[in-house]
Structure formats: structure tokens, C-alpha cells
Design a protein around this ligand. Structure first.
Ligand SMILES: NC(=O)C1=CN([C@@H]2O[C@H](COP(=O)(O)OP(=O)(O)OC[C@H]3O[C@@H](n4cnc5c(N)ncnc54)[C@H](OP(=O)(O)O)[C@@H]3O)[C@@H](O)[C@H]2O)C=CC1
Ligand SMILES: CC[C@](O)(C(C)=O)C(=O)O
Ligand SMILES: [Mg+2]
Ligand SMILES: [Mg+2]
Length: 491
């Protein structure tokens, strides 16, 4: 199998990378009709499998799970997830031949083997669905000509897919039809109905391509969403402790700090997050983030280039072939970091204090979000997609760190995201070595303007505010957040 993206002509590469249309809610008036009464069988019952299945069943769809035989026999967690929630479970041979739609929600590493096993059992004209297109785009999986291939990719962890649905809403979702596999022309209608089933239509759906989803998803998760949050957690914690700040306080400031400060992003983007700081702190955070952007830009660009060119997927697949040696050793090493091992102290930290004493964390978030967005859009990914894969998803990943630190983040995200996160972290920490030598507790651990007057230069403040507010991510973000809020009001 060859990398599908690399087999395309430049024109087709650019067309598929740039495919992204924010769909109007009027396009979803048929609800789940296209899939009503159809047999939908999900392969795997993990982070996405369980939560998508619960939502689709509550939306009136016929959902059952097929698991590998050993998982059923040994009553593994996937089996318990499915049966414990009252779903029918069966082997591939029992369920796949009658399925109208087979949804592959196993880890990316398993896709080739899983698809090669289930495909011969699938009935003529059925549909195969994914939530991430790695197998199609990076591995070049060839799917039987009579089968339709679609993707419905929620832009968030599985736990949020369920939580938002229960709140009567949903999460932004990207849908796509593989152009090589749409023999009956109904792929888009099915993907739309599936997105309604998970609640995605209530938050916003992007009609995109497998290619755009893969390249943007990989970039977001490796850099700002997971990689930089990991690097920032470790570096900020070590700095505070080295400078004599109580380790329990430092641990708590970081564990809950990402969640608190990125909450500001949800409501009003980077502008709002930065506006939560006093004027002197905001100017300091701006200057730090400019410096961080200059230092980290080549690394963000390298990740984007390696993703676009296929170097990243090639090297990760080598690790798959090596029994995940890198992934497992990097996971173990993360568990040994001082931040992971130091429990959050029993101290009260107010919401405002997380901002005031976390100026460096705010600067890291601004730098990472903007750099990821810039690297994606300059590679042909449309702004809406780049927004979801950077700013929008950062608070959702930050929530996972608040639950159980980096362990929880890396547990909840896909193995693919986890691998890319460690790769970025290992390159980023040394890159920030000199920068970190020059920072002190006035920007991490204590308030920047403590005991000083609150004065700033007017011209400087105007310049900083303009730079923040006029960044393209703020423009597209304001539009997307307004439509999400409008959708929420309609429901
Ligand atoms: N994690 C996330 O939040 C997101 C994930 N995605 C995508 O969703 C897909 C699923 O990822 P995720 O939910 O993280 O996966 P998980 O690791 O959480 O779940 C995997 C499931 O697949 C089963 N499984 C593992 N290996 C095999 C195998 N060889 N054959 C059959 N079943 C197997 C496991 O069950 P058992 O081992 O018991 O057999 C488990 O139920 C991926 O394509 C990922 O990129 C997309 C958006 C976000
Ligand atoms: C951010 C990681 C992710 O892409 C996701 C939750 O969207 C993943 O692969 O887990
Ligand atoms: Mg993702
Ligand atoms: Mg991903």
C-alpha cells in the first residue's frame, strides 16, 4: 500500500487539502432518516466507539458492537463497555455480514488488519466509516469498489462527545466521503445522518475531505493540543520548584491552570484569554509569546512539513512494526516526570489567580494556538478547519489534564495523537532551554505586577490589543463561535 496523498497530483492534493465548507443547519432537516432502520455495527468499543454508539442509539439508530473474539471471551473492557450499556455484542462473523454500515473505531494502528478482516464479510453495497482517515490517506488502504467509504470525525475526545450530547448539544464534527469510494452517491447523505446521530450537527459540521482531516488533525494534536501542553506542564513545574515555590502549589497551578485559562478561549478567543490579565501582565504575556513564537516557529513548521510529506506517518508506522517500542518507553518516561509524580497541594487557588500567576502559561497558549493555525493555513488547510484543530479543541484537552494530569490526557487521546505529542515534546523542551533560563517566578508562580503600580504605556497597549484582535484566528473564531451560540439557542 502506498501513501494515498503522495500518489495524488499537486492539483488534487491542493483541492483536497483545501476542501472545507461550514454546513448550514438547514442541510440537516432530514435528521437521521438516511440511517434509520439500517443495521449499524461498530468495531471496537473504546473512547470514541462507546460514546458515539450511545449517542446514535439515543438518536433512534440501531447500534451493535463487533469485537475481536479474544475481547469477548476474556470479557475485556471493550466487552464490558458494550454489554454494560445494554448493547448486543457479537463476533465479526456474526454481525458484519448483515451490517449496512460498519464503523471502524479501533486504534489507527489496527486499521489495516481490521479492515482486511471485516471487508470480505461485508455485504455488497454496504458502507465503511472511520473517525480518522489515517488508514486511507497515509497507508493507502484500498477498499472494495462496491463499498461506500465515509468519515465522521468529532473534533474532541470521546468523553466530550457524550457529555455535550447529554447537555442537548454536540461537538463540532468534520464529515467526508472518500472520492474513490462513493459508488451509489449516498456517502454524504449517510455522513450527515451519522453526524445528526452523534449530535454533531448542533455544534457545526464541516464538509471536508479525508486528506484535510488527516493533515489538520495530526498537526493540531502534535503541537498545541497535546505536545505543547505536555512541554509547558513539565517546564513550568520544574521552573517553579527550582525557584522555591511550594511543589504542591506548582502542581495545582498547572494541573488546573490550563483548564481555567483556556476556558477564556471558549468564550472570546485569545483576546478574551489575554484580557483576563492586568494591563502590565498582558503586555508581558504578549512579549513572551512573541519570543516563544519566534523560537518555536521552525518546530511547528517541521511538524507540518513532516505530516504533509508523509515522514511522520512513515516513522510512526516503523514504531508500530517495532511493537510500539518508542511509544511505550515515552509513555513510561512521562509517568516519571516530577510534575506527574507530585500531587496537587491542598491550597485554594481562585479563578483569577490562575491567570495572574500563570502569565507564562497564557503566553504559551497564545503562541501555540497561533503557530498551529498559521502553519496549517499556510499549507492550504482552510481557516475553519485550522480553528477547530487549534483554538477550539485546546480547552477540551486541557480538561483532561485537570482530571488526572498528563496521564489522563495521553490515555484519552488516540495512540496516534499520543505518539505525536511525545515527538513534539522531546524536540520542544531543549529548544526552550535558554528561554526558560531567563524566566522567573514573576511570570510563573507569582503575580507579575505584584506590588507595582498598574500603569502602562497607552501606545504599547493599543499596539498589543490590535495585534491580538486582528490575528486571522480571532476573525474566523468570532464567526464560528457566534454560529455555535446561535445553534445552541435554537435547540
Ligand atoms: N481518542 C479520541 O478521542 C479520538 C479518536 N479518534 C479516532 O477514533 C478511532 C478510535 O480511537 P480511540 O477511540 O482512541 O481508540 P481506543 O484505543 O479507545 O479503543 C480501541 C477499541 O478497539 C479495540 N481494538 C484494539 N485493537 C483491536 C484489534 N486489533 N482488532 C479489533 N479491535 C481492536 C479495543 O478493544 P479490545 O482491545 O478490547 O479488543 C477498543 O475497544 C481512531 O481512528 C482515532 O484516531 C478520533 C477523534 C478523537
Ligand atoms: C487531539 C487528539 C485527537 O485528535 C482528538 C481527541 O481529537 C485524537 O486523536 O485523540
Ligand atoms: Mg482530533
Ligand atoms: Mg487525532
Amino acid at each position: 500500500m502506498a501513501n494515498y496523498f503522495n500518489t495524488l497530483s499537486l492539483r488534487d492534493q491542493l483541492t483536497q487539502l483545501g476542501k472545507c465548507r461550514f454546513m448550514n443547519s438547514s442541510e440537516f432537516t432530514d435528521g437521521v432518516d438516511e440511517l434509520k432502520g439500517k443495521k449499524i455495527v461498530i468495531v471496537g468499543c473504546g473512547a470514541q466507539g462507546l460514546n458515539q454508539g450511545l449517542n446514535m442509539r439515543d438518536s433512534g439508530l440501531d447500534i451493535s458492537y463487533t469485537l475481536r473474539e479474544a475481547a469477548i471471551k476474556e470479557e475485556r473492557q471493550s466487552y464490558k463497555n458494550a454489554t454494560g450499556n445494554g448493547f448486543a455484542v457479537g463476533t465479526y462473523e456474526e454481525l458484519v455480514p448483515n451490517a449496512d454500515v460498519v464503523i471502524n473505531l479501533t486504534p489507527d494502528k489496527q486499521h489495516t488488519q481490521v479492515v482486511n478482516t471485516v471487508m470480505p464479510l461485508m455485504k455488497k453495497g454496504a458502507t465503511l466509516s472511520y473517525s480518522h482517515g489515517f488508514n486511507i490517506v497515509e497507508e493507502g488502504m484500498q477498499v472494495r469498489e462496491d463499498l461506500t467509504v465515509i468519515m465522521v470525525a468529532p473534533k474532541c475526545p470521546g468523553s466530550e462527545v457524550r457529555e455535550e450530547y447529554k447537555r442537548g448539544f454536540g461537538v463540532p464534527t468534520l464529515i467526508a466521503v472518500h472520492p474513490e469510494n462513493d459508488p451509489q452517491g449516498h456517502g454524504l447523505a449517510q455522513a450527515k445522518a451519522y453526524a445528526v446521530g452523534t449530535g454533531g450537527d448542533r455544534a457545526g459540521v464541516l464538509e471536508s475531505s479525508f486528506v484535510a482531516e488527516v493533515k489538520s488533525d495530526l498537526m493540531g494534536e502534535q503541537t498545541i493540543l497535546c505536545g505543547l501542553l505536555q512541554t509547558g506542564s513539565i517546564l513550568c513545574f520544574d521552573k517553579m520548584v527550582a525557584k522555591g515555590i511550594d511543589a504542591g502549589y506548582a502542581s495545582k497551578l498547572i494541573q488546573y491552570g490550563w483548564e481555567t485559562i483556556t476556558e477564556g478561549l471558549k468564550y472570546g478567543g485569545i483576546t478574551n484569554m489575554m484580557d483576563r490579565l492586568s494591563n502590565p501582565s498582558k503586555i508581558k504575556a504578549f512579549e513572551l509569546s512573541e519570543e516563544l513564537k519566534d523560537i518555536m516557529r521552525p518546530l511547528f513548521q517541521k511538524h507540518m512539513d513532516d505530516i504533509i510529506g508523509g515522514h511522520f506517518s512513515k516513522t510512526m508506522m516503523e514504531d508500530w512494526g517495532n511493537d510500539d517500542k518508542n511509544l511505550l518507553s515515552w509513555r513510561a518516561a512521562t509517568g516519571e516526570t516530577a510534575f506527574e509524580k507530585t500531587p496537587a497541594g491542598d491550597v485554594e487557588i481562585s479563578e483569577q489567580e490562575f491567570y495572574d500567576n500563570g502569565v507564562l502559561m497564557v503566553a504559551m497558549v497564545r503562541a501555540g494556538v497561533e503557530l498551529a493555525f498559521e502553519a496549517m493555513t499556510s499549507s492550504g488547510i482552510i481557516e475553519e478547519s485550522a480553528y477547530y484543530e487549534s483554538l477550539h479543541e485546546t480547552p477540551l484537552i486541557a480538561n483532561t489534564i485537570a482530571r488526572k494530569k498528563l496521564f489522563e490526557m495521553n490515555r484519552v487521546i488516540s495512540d496516534t495523537a499520543e505518539y505525536g505529542c511525545y515527538l513534539f515534546d522531546h524536540a520542544c523542551k531543549p529548544l526552550l532551554g535558554d528561554f526558560m533560563k531567563n524566566v522567573d517566578t514573576d511570570v510563573i508562580g507569582k503575580a507579575f505586577d505584584q506590588g507595582k503600580n498598574n500603569g502602562v504605556d497607552n501606545a504599547k497597549l493599543i499596539e498589543v490589543n490590535a495585534a491580538l484582535r486582528n490575528h486571522p484566528i480571532e476573525v474566523v473564531g468570532a464567526r464560528l463561535r457566534a454560529s455555535m451560540t446561535a445553534m445552541k439557542r435554537v435547540i
